[in-house]
Design a binder for this molecule. Structure first.
Ligand SMILES: Nc1ncnc2c1ncn2[C@@H]1O[C@H](COP(=O)(O)OP(=O)(O)OP(=O)(O)O)[C@@H](O)[C@H]1O
Ligand SMILES: [Mg+2]
Length: 629
């Protein structure tokens, strides 16, 4: 089991930009047909966009300066010898090509937008699918808000790469090559000047980009922290208010946000530096060209139309360079999102199934559970929570786990539920190591009622039905009745359709527990884990619950953690756990006869119950006497 001390930052293998770009294109492979269409339309649209400046040259050189068109042109289109006619035709042609270009461009952009959404969807699904299968300790480390942050921010930014890394750069490159070709055709010396700019692009990219991505990574990490913190504050709002910590929570949120703002401002400078260079370069280059070209025109080596066209093309050449520079900084941001998503996707899932993993067939499972010399340490924990546990539970038996707080009772049931695997030794089901089973199929025979009940926002019926997909209304009803929950459900105005709020906030503790029991009953498990399931109930409800639990436990191997004698004494086997070790096993009668920890616990509990029984009476008596006085 990996230790949790190697946090995600440490695990992060610095991916180079090249690897990330590869990974991104890998995501595009299934969408290659769409990619092809998008790139084709972008190419055609960009090339068409290169035509209108040639029209300007035409008008200036032939239409406005009363120079006649070249001979072959005149022979084919005699009507163009009239300058007004030429003007009209050229303008119409320019307008039409521009229109076609715009339409094509929009179509390509629309396709690219759809594709970016598709990538976002796919990736978010993959991240979610993976995150719900990460080992529990990792999920706890990232925290719920953190996962949400990765899903939303980082998963979303990868979709933007469609533009940042494919659509925009591709158009820029086509425009660059196209205008370079035209420039070369008009005057190759000017082209040579333009080409000098290229190494500048290369250098700025190399230097800046490798610096910018890590900064974005840090910002994203910080955002994950903030989201996780904020989610936690709101989840624990009752405690925040109870201890009047609103100010402190706000301050914490603000401090973290301040840090992020500062990181963002720092990154801003790196981003703007690249852009500023480009913004300065464009006017400088145009001025230089104007000077050189003007000289050529004065010397009669170039027409005014040529010069005008040249200036337009130069802008067309520089514009994509600026786009490339700008999109480079932006896609570094998106790439860092991809980087983080990949980090998460590369984390091993909990208990990955080996290909030969057995599927659990509930009809064939007897439900015999054994612990063979099991030692277990929580990931990141320094001392084992369980030491050398040996325990054998026959199919259908009920085991009561008792022991002081922090002894390891919940931990033992965690191993039964396979939330964790033992460090050494084996937990076996019907004689086979749990590790041989496919974990998800194993859990399908498991029912759990946890120490702190977790319910989802939704209706009561939905929460009970969470245990089994496709359960009918009657089955849900029957489960609620068996858990003695029907009684309070019927009293609610919407009955089974009552909305219970996030984590079931609109229910009382005891009601929540009964829903959890109904949920476990509906699952009809072979193995049952009950952790203090009856602690929140009044005596009457508890009796009802005890009955239904008794019924629920019949025929299932059950691990029950209960502090109440009534539950404990009815168990087939009682296991006393102290400091992670099993110190006593046996039936109630055996253990009572044997003496030791169990008997002293029982005796103490009886004493306390008696004490409770008498204490209120004395205080009441006191009260009465004070009233009299
Ligand atoms: N997720 C965890 N990570 C690290 N250590 C843990 C974790 N959960 C529990 N522990 C440690 O393992 C030990 C056993 O805890 P466990 O929850 O099993 O106690 P318990 O017997 O169920 O106590 P209680 O009766 O109070 O519920 C404790 O010392 C606790 O600090
Ligand atoms: Mg516990």
């Amino acid at each position: 089991m990996p230790s949790s001390s190697d946090s995600r930052e440490a695990k992060h293998r610095a991916r180079s930009a090249k690897q990330l770009v590869w990974q991104f294109f890998w995501l595009l492979v299934p969408l290659r047909r769409q990619v092809l269409w998008i790139l084709t339309s972008a190419t055609v649209a960009t090339l068409i966009g290169l035509l209108p400046p040639a029209g300007t040259k035409f008008i200036v050189d032939y239409g406005l300066s009363h120079k006649s068109l070249p001979e072959p042109w005149l022979r084919r289109f005699p009507s163009l010898s009239d300058p007004r006619q030429l003007l009209l035709v050229t303008v119409i042609a320019v307008a039409l090509t521009s229109l076609i270009k715009i339409l094509l461009h929009i179509w390509g952009r629309w396709q690219a937008t759809k594709m970016s959404k598709q990538i976002q969807l796919n990736l978010r699904r993959r991240v979610f699918e993976h995150a719900v299968r990460l080992p529990l300790h990792r999920v706890q480390e990232i925290r719920s808000g953190g996962v949400a942050s990765i899903l939303r921010e980082d998963g979303g930014s990868v979709g933007e790469l469609v533009f940042g890394m494919m659509f925009d750069p591709w158009r820029a490159v086509i425009q660059l090559v196209g205008s370079l070709a035209i420039l070369a055709w008009v005057d190759w010396t000017l082209l040579a000047g333009a080409i000098v700019l290229l190494p500048v692009v290369f250098l700025t990219h190399r230097t800046w980009i490798n610096n910018i991505r890590p900064q974005f990574r840090v910002i994203r990490k910080q955002r994950e922290q903030i989201d996780a913190g904020a989610t936690e504050s709101f989840a624990g709002m009752r405690i925040v208010r109870a201890f009047s910590r609103q100010k402190r929570e706000t301050a914490r949120f603000t401090t973290e946000n301040n840090l992020m703002a500062r990181q963002e401002l720092y990154a801003w400078w790196w981003m703007r530096a690249v852009e500023m260079i480009w913004e300065a370069l464009i006017p400088t280059a145009s001025a230089g060209l104007l000077f050189y070209g003007g000289w050529q025109v004065l010397d009669g080596r170039m027409t005014i139309g040529d010069l005008m066209m040249f200036l337009v093309y130069l802008l067309m050449l520089l514009e994509p360079l600026a786009t490339l520079a700008q999109s480079a900084t932006q896609f570094q941001n998106s790439l860092s999102g991809l980087d983080r998503v990949l980090d998460l996707l590369e984390e091993p899932r909990e208990m990955p199934s080996i290909p030969a993993a057995l599927k659990v067939d509930r009809r064939e499972v007897a439900g015999r559970i054994s612990f063979e010399h099991v030692t277990f340490t929580y990931p990141g924990g320094d001392a084992p929570a369980l030491h050398d546990i040996c325990l054998s539970v026959a199919a259908g038996q009920t085991v009561a786990l008792v022991g002081p707080s922090g002894a390891g009772k919940t931990t033992l049931t965690n191993l039964v539920a396979r939330f964790y695997d033992p460090e050494t030794g084996h937990v076996t089901l019907d004689g086979r190591d749990l590790r041989d089973y496919d974990v998800e199929s194993f859990r399908s025979i498991l029912g759990i009622v946890e120490q702190d009940v977790f319910l989802f926002d939704g209706t009561i019926a939905q929460n009970i039905a969470y245990a089994r997909r496709g359960a009918s209304t009657e089955e849900i009803r029957a489960a609620a009745e068996a858990a003695n929950a029907a009684e309070f459900i019927d009293r609610m105005s919407d009955g089974m359709q009552t909305l219970i709020g996030e984590r079931g906030v609109r229910l009382s503790g005891g009601q929540r527990q009964r829903l959890a029991i109904a949920r476990a009953i509906l699952a009809d498990p072979k193995l049952l884990v009950l952790d203090e399931a009856t602690s929140n109930l009044d005596t009457e409800s508890e009796q009802l619950i005890q009955q239904s639990l008794g019924q629920l436990m019949r025929g299932r191997t059950s691990f029950v953690i209960a502090h109440r004698l009534s539950t404990i004494s009815r168990a087939d086997v009682i296991v006393v756990i102290e400091q992670g070790r099993v110190t006593q096993t046996g039936s109630h009668a055996e253990l009572m006869a044997r003496g030791g920890k169990y008997r002293s616990m029982v005796e103490r509990q009886i004493q306390m119950t008696l004490g409770n029984f008498t204490a209120p009476m004395t205080s009441e008596a006191d009260g009465e006497s004070s009233d009299v006085r």
